[in-house]
Design a protein around this ligand. Structure first.
Ligand SMILES: Cc1cc2nc3c(=O)[nH]c(=O)nc-3n(C[C@H](O)[C@H](O)[C@H](O)COP(=O)(O)OP(=O)(O)OC[C@H]3O[C@@H](n4cnc5c(N)ncnc54)[C@H](O)[C@@H]3O)c2cc1C
Length: 414
């Protein structure tokens, strides 16, 4: 039996945040995770709260926080803890040499690969749109063979939007891949990680773009959580560069995950990968241990407290079975509409939320799970991230925001 103060189940953004906070509080922490979580493929921005339930954007995340429903995770966590979580995150990134920008008082609107803009709160320096105010000349830059990124669509749609009504040009860079397969952002980022790739890219851009312009790029500026590729390209080409949000895999989330893993390793957190937690040993309302199952054998991990951060339907923290949603480790009640026919809104493109997105585990103000009758289900288990009930991250733009704030708060409670 392996012993820690805190066991975190799940290595997504909620779990890694919880582990970092618990470690900072002096706890011994073990993270058990079967996979990498959505952070690896996600945009890496911290969407705190973009819109209300009517689909209208809030003036700022702080303005939205004041209006959320009582069942929303932010209502349980509280505004002060959300602010503390944001401060913790900004400080961690700054210390790691990969500062993020933004605050709760400002809604940031950032460009996407579709040439639309989306609301968010905290962004890496590469996604800060401030340089756009300094010029009217913009190049939408594409990479030959890169899947799902079309610079002319970015330019055509963006130029219709206020703040983006500039003169657009298209620039194409050829990474000279010959493998004959689809090229993803990860391939381009790895190319730009190399000295020869950066020099080749710089040479091609110098031949096409005029100094003083802003270059809009897909998120490909290296795999590492630093701004070396950004700085080198900006200096050499004498342009400012902004990465757009793009389809997965986006290197912006990948970099953030690498930053968190580096931090956790240096903070002494034990990370057990490919650790599928199959069951829990519970006695008298307390969890004593969880058990991982691999092909060879079972292993038990015991702790004083457990943070369940294993995602929603997508991550594997919730499962849909005929007629019901289940939480497979502790068998906690999952709050869902009574009939499965009510789980989804068939009008996919309407301005209404999807009921299935709000399915999850109901918690009290300490983020501990509630039984069907509203009493505390487990004394020493805390829920963080996507398996929490009461929010539609995709509709309201709050995915990594809820993961950050609940991961932080759960770790403050243990
Ligand atoms: C494609 C995509 C792009 C997105 N982009 C953004 C964005 O740009 N900004 C934003 O704010 N939000 C974004 N989101 C939403 C955001 O990524 C998620 O809401 C948030 O990161 C969820 O984090 P999580 O840790 O709760 O869950 P997950 O990321 O799902 O992590 C769950 C973890 O638990 C592990 N796990 C599951 N079951 C077990 C088990 N039994 N035993 C052990 N481990 C287990 C999984 O392997 C995984 O590591 C995006 C989501 C997607 C799908």
């Amino acid at each position: 039996m392996r012993q820690s103060d805190v066991i975190v189940i799940g290595g997504g953004f909620a779990g890694l945040t919880a582990a970092a906070v618990a470690a900072k509080r002096g706890k011994t922490v073990t993270v058990l995770s079967k996979g990498v979580g959505t952070l690896t493929i996600s945009g890496g921005t911290i969407d705190l709260l973009g819109c209300g339930s009517d689909g209208r954007p809030f003036a700022s995340p702080a303005a939205g926080l004041a209006l959320v429903d009582p069942d929303h995770p932010y209502s349980k966590i509280g505004k002060e803890a959300v602010q503390a979580a944001v401060d913790f995150f900004l400080d961690l990134c700054e210390t790691a040499g990969f500062p993020y920008r933004g605050n709760l008082q400002e809604m940031k609107w950032i460009p996407t690969a579709a040439g639309t803009i989306k609301p968010t709160c905290l962004v890496p320096k590469t996604m800060d749109t401030a340089p756009l105010a300094e010029t009217d000349m913009v190049y939408a830059v594409g990479f030959h063979c890169l899947k799902d990124y079309y610079p002319h669509i970015v330019a055509k749609n963006l130029q219709k939007l206020p703040g983006y009504d500039k003169t657009y040009h298209i620039a194409m860079v050829d990474p000279r891949f010959t493998a004959g397969r689809d090229v993803s952002a990860l391939d381009i980022a790895r190319w730009l990680d190399t000295e020869s790739g950066r020099q080749d890219c710089i040479e091609q851009l110098r031949n096409t773009v005029k100094p003083g312009a802003v270059l809009l790029l897909p998120p490909v500026l290296g795999t590492r959580p630093d701004y070396q590729v950004l700085q080198e390209l900006e200096q050499a080409v004498r342009c400012r560069i902004i990465e757009t949000v793009a389809l997965p895999p986006a290197m912006t989330g990948f970099r953030l995950r690498n930053l968190l893993l580096d931090h956790l390793k240096s903070a002494g957190v034990r990370i057990v990968e490919q650790a599928f937690v199959a069951k829990a040993i519970v006695e008298n309302g307390r969890c004593l241990a969880v058990v991982t199952q691999n092909s060879d054998r079972e292993r038990s991990y015991s702790a004083q407290a457990f943070i369940l951060a294993n995602g929603g339907f997508y991550g594997g923290g919730l499962l849909a079975e005929p007629g019901k949603a289940v939480e497979p480790i502790f068998h906690l009640p999952v709050k869902a509409p009574a009939s499965q026919t009510q789980w989804s809104n068939p009008r996919l493109f309407s301005r209404e939320q999807q009921p299935f997105a709000k399915i999850g585990i109901a918690v009290d103000s300490t983020l501990r799970p509630l039984a069907e009758n509203g009493s505390l289900a487990l004394e020493n288990v805390y829920i963080a991230g996507r398996s929490l009930a009461g929010y539609d991250f995709c509709f309201e733009k709050s995915g990594n925001g809820v993961a950050l704030a609940s991961g932080y708060q759960a770790a403050m409670m243990v």
